[in-house]
Design a protein around this ligand. Structure first.
Ligand code: SAM
Length: 442
């Protein structure tokens, strides 16, 4: 087994431009499904090593995303717990950290489902290809093509998948549903990957964009190849299947369900306060897999997330009260609002800019407060966050403000490391992405 003391220390230069790539040696398991928000595994390794974490410790990632922290911990024989509120990301983290699946069983069932799905797809397409080249939802349904329900269809980004690949994916999804329960989620995750990487007309940069439509795509063949890769990764890591890993699909602004004094370290990357609706990042696969079916589901998802953009701000939100006494946050929020009024910007979203800024930091304050009893005295914490200037170009130094909140709550601020810099599109200013390092005094 690898240990954190024999890792390649050349990767410790986290400000190097190569820092964010998924290297070939990291592809097993991490590459099963990632998204544009994922951080690189070597960043986790670097900090776990700096924190002196070893077997016997338990690491928490409260904003777990696609599971980079908990997977990396498991690879090194360290117990880990993740919180994730987005059901698609939670599914990815659950699957990527469950290594007790029999690889041969995964392969066998995947091949069976692929065969069944392909037969059904060919039958329908052969029957209709002379007559159907494209068509409305209703027309396609008449010809036997599978399409999304009306409510579900409204949730996906327009043209994010063409009718033919969608038909293939939906037929396959139905056959996956017939798999034994322990294989259901791994097979679904492989389909999510196939949709994002191959079948959909989407690209990330970091917003989701629509590409030239792909008329067709071998959804089943590509999915099967991914299942085979997953099976072979499981084979390689079978000796670590008993390392405990847990994924809690819940809102980590309240972590009270964790046992007291159970967490030895935290390594995480929460959302940043900007105008990106990150539920769009996982929208296509969430809808095709049926994880969100209508507007009500989408709203419930957004309500469970930290408030980081004006698309998920609600009248009943009260997190702002947790930072009411922090002058710098109040100053920035007031400056945003004053600039908005001065510029005559009065759309509903623009009017919420100052409020989302307070709610964001308030949510982080609530999270840090609820975490305190769960930490072992001396626990080290790393929060990867980025500066932002999305709200009328007023600079928000996220890392510094988070450090101030933590300091007021009794955490020791050990330092703020630079992870990387980005150029803000509007202002051409350098924005820092940093790792805020804290220690719980206990
Ligand atoms: C920057 S991403 C983390 C990416 C992760 N480090 C990885 O490598 O995939 C932040 C994640 O926090 C999740 N999130 C946002 N608010 C949350 C909350 N209140 N509770 C739990 N998860 C939340 C988002 O859904 C998103 O997946």
């Amino acid at each position: 087994m690898h240990t954190l003391t024999n890792i390649d220390r050349s990767q410790w230069d986290i400000s190097s431009p190569l820092h964010n790539k998924l290297t070939e040696c990291d592809r097993p398991i991490h590459a099963w499904y990632r998204f544009v928000l994922s951080f690189p595994p070597h960043l986790v390794r670097t900090y776990l090593s700096k924190f002196g974490i070893s077997a016997g410790d338990t690491v928490l990632d409260p904003f777990c995303g696609t599971g980079t922290t908990i997977v990396e911990c498991k690879k090194f024989g360290i117990s880990a717990v993740g919180f994730e509120a987005n059901p698609m990301a939670a599914l990815a983290s659950r699957v990527k950290s469950n290594w007790s699946i029999w690889p041969s069983e995964l392969q066998r069932v995947a091949r069976w489902a692929a065969q069944k799905a392909q037969d059904e797809i060919d039958e329908v397409l052969d029957r209709t290809q002379q007559t159907v080249l494209s068509g409305s939802r209703e027309q396609l349904t008449i010809y036997g093509w599978r399409t999304l329900d009306v409510d579900a269809h409204k949730l996906i980004l327009t043209d994010s998948i063409s009718p033919r690949p969608l038909h293939r994916a939906l037929v396959l999804h139905r056959w996956i549903s017939a798999a034994p329960s322990e294989l259901l989620e791994p097979l679904q995750l492989a389909l999510a990957w196939t949709l994002v990487v191959h079948a959909g007309n989407i690209r990330f940069g970091p917003e989701v964009g629509i590409t030239k439509p792909k008329e067709d795509c071998d959804v089943v063949g590509l999915w099967l190849q991914q299942c085979e890769r997953m099976a072979s990764d499981l084979e390689v890591f079978s000796d670590r299947q008993n390392i405990p890993t847990q994924l809690i699909q819940a809102d980590s602004r309240d972590v009270s369900q964790l046992p007291d004094r159970s967490i030895s370290a935290v390594f995480t990357s929460p959302p940043y306060p900007n105008e990106k609706d990150y539920t769009r990042t996982t929208r296509l696969e969430s809808v095709v897999l049926g994880l969100i079916k209508n507007k009500k589901d989408l709203r419930a998802l957004k309500e469970g997330l930290l408030r980081s953009n004006t698309r998920n701000v609600y009248v009943a939100d009260r997190d702002d009260q947790f930072v009411a006494d922090i002058p710098e946050i109040q100053r920035i929020a007031a400056e945003i609002e004053a600039k908005r009024i001065f510029m005559g910007k009065d759309s509903g979203f623009e009017k919420l800019y100052h409020r989302v800024t307070r709610l964001y930091f308030g949510g982080m304050a609530r999270h840090l407060e609820s975490l305190k009893p769960k930490l072992v005295p001396g626990a080290m914490l790393g929060y990867v966050v980025g500066d932002q200037a999305s709200y009328l170009q007023i600079m928000i130094r996220t890392g510094q403000l988070l450090a101030e909140i933590a300091d007021r709550q009794g955490y020791e601020v050990v330092g703020i490391d630079l992870f990387r810099t980005r150029i803000a599109t509007a202002t051409r200013q350098q924005l820092r992405e940093e790792v805020v390092l804290l220690r719980w005094r206990g």
